[in-house]
Design a protein around this ligand. Structure first.
Ligand SMILES: Nc1ncnc2c1ncn2[C@@H]1O[C@H](COP(=O)(O)OP(=O)(O)OP(=O)(O)O)[C@@H](O)[C@H]1O
Ligand SMILES: [Mg+2]
Length: 225
């Protein structure tokens, strides 16, 4: 059984005539590596938000791990899917970089020691430990992106959805991110990356799904049950 299944899913934003996502049917396995590509406005982020239950489709159904996504609370979705949205500053509400990583870990009931250990380990991934006392608001776009990535990776989710993860980050850290994603995928994490970054997508080497005007126009390496 697919881990995420979309059946005839369409979504139109209020006040819009054309659907942002139209009649999409896709199945994703739990340990698949997916790259979603497409021009600006082709519906990629809308598709991700539908899968995450942040938007409700007007048509069709989305099943996550055997249950309609609409039946989960957002917290429950967050336990199944780790994600970084396209604009990560919208997701940051803590008073320090450290707390941005620690928050989710504390919520999961980790001890103070474990929280400290994991914060250090995941902030070190992208050389962010020295920024641990900074207010996330004051960081550059690239630094915010890396903090958001560290925070989600620290939670070690079973499945990861990243919307434009390489936006504003340098070549060295892009390579680092690529290596980390390969490693956690090998260890059994499913990954969906939405990206304009052709080089990154090529290196990621997953099943590539190309969208245009809200539709899937190419699916190289379709999931089979
Ligand atoms: N909040 C919104 N209200 C109205 N229309 C929206 C909203 N968000 C997106 N849209 C529209 O929905 C369509 C799909 O947008 P979406 O953000 O899903 O595309 P995308 O493929 O992620 O684009 P990008 O590559 O620029 O991130 C576009 O026409 C966009 O203008
Ligand atoms: Mg987008």
């Amino acid at each position: 059984m697919a881990f995420i299944s979309l059946q005839g899913v369409s979504y139109t934003y209020s006040g819009r005539k054309e659907p942002a996502v139209r009649n999409i049917s896709l199945n994703f396995g739990q340990v698949e590596k997916i790259a979603i590509t497409g021009l600006n406005g082709s519906g990629k982020s809308t598709l991700a938000k539908l899968i995450l239950g942040l938007l409700k489709p007007q048509n069709g159904e989305i099943i996550l791990d055997g249950r309609p996504v609409g039946k989960y609370s957002l917290v429950e979705v967050g336990e199944k899917l780790g994600y970084v949205l396209q604009n990560p500053s919208q997701m940051m509400f803590n008073t320090s970089v450290y707390n941005e990583i620690a928050f989710g870990l504390k919520w999961r009931g980790k001890s103070k020691n474990e929280v400290h250990h994991l914060c250090k380990r995941y902030l070190d991934l992208f050389d962010l430990w020295d920024l641990r006392g900074e207010l996330p608001f004051n960081l550059s776009e690239g630094q915010k992106q890396l903090v958001a990535l560290s925070a989600v990776l620290a939670l070690q989710p079973r499945y990861l959805i990243l919307d434009e993860p390489t936006k504003s980050i340098d070549t060295f850290r892009k390579k680092k991110l690529k290596d980390i994603l390969q490693e956690i995928w090998r260890q059994g994490t499913g990954i969906m990356v939405i990206s304009h970054d052709i080089e990154f997508v090529a290196g990621f080497n997953g099943r590539r799904i190309h969208m245009a005007q809200g539709e899937v126009v190419e699916d190289a390496g379709r999931y089979k049950d």
